[in-house]
Design a protein around this ligand. Structure first.
Ligand SMILES: [Zn+2]
Length: 77
């Protein structure tokens, strides 16, 4: 069957035979295209997994910690 590389769009012939492993670069036309796509995906994943801290949540935690510290210092006097 004819497939199109999902990265560069180059059409290529793909023959699937039963009990035969898929080519390492599948579904791309070459290992180069696979590597580029994987690199893109990893970059996106990296951006998603490192979100900016929620400013409101941080201040709430900071307030909580400050309140706790206040209580402790008042008790120690
Ligand atoms: Zn390609």
């Amino acid at each position: 069957m004819k497939l199109k590389c999902s990265l560069c769009g180059t059409p290529y012939e793909f023959v699937y035979k039963k009990e035969e492993t898929l080519p390492t670069h599948f579904p791309f036309c070459s290992n180069r295209c696979k590597a580029i796509d994987l690199g893109k995906w990893l970059n996106e994943e990296y951006r998603i997994s490192t979100p900016l801290p929620d400013a409101e949540e941080l201040t709430d935690i900071q307030r909580q910690v400050l309140d706790e510290l206040k209580e402790k210092s008042e008790k120690s006097y």
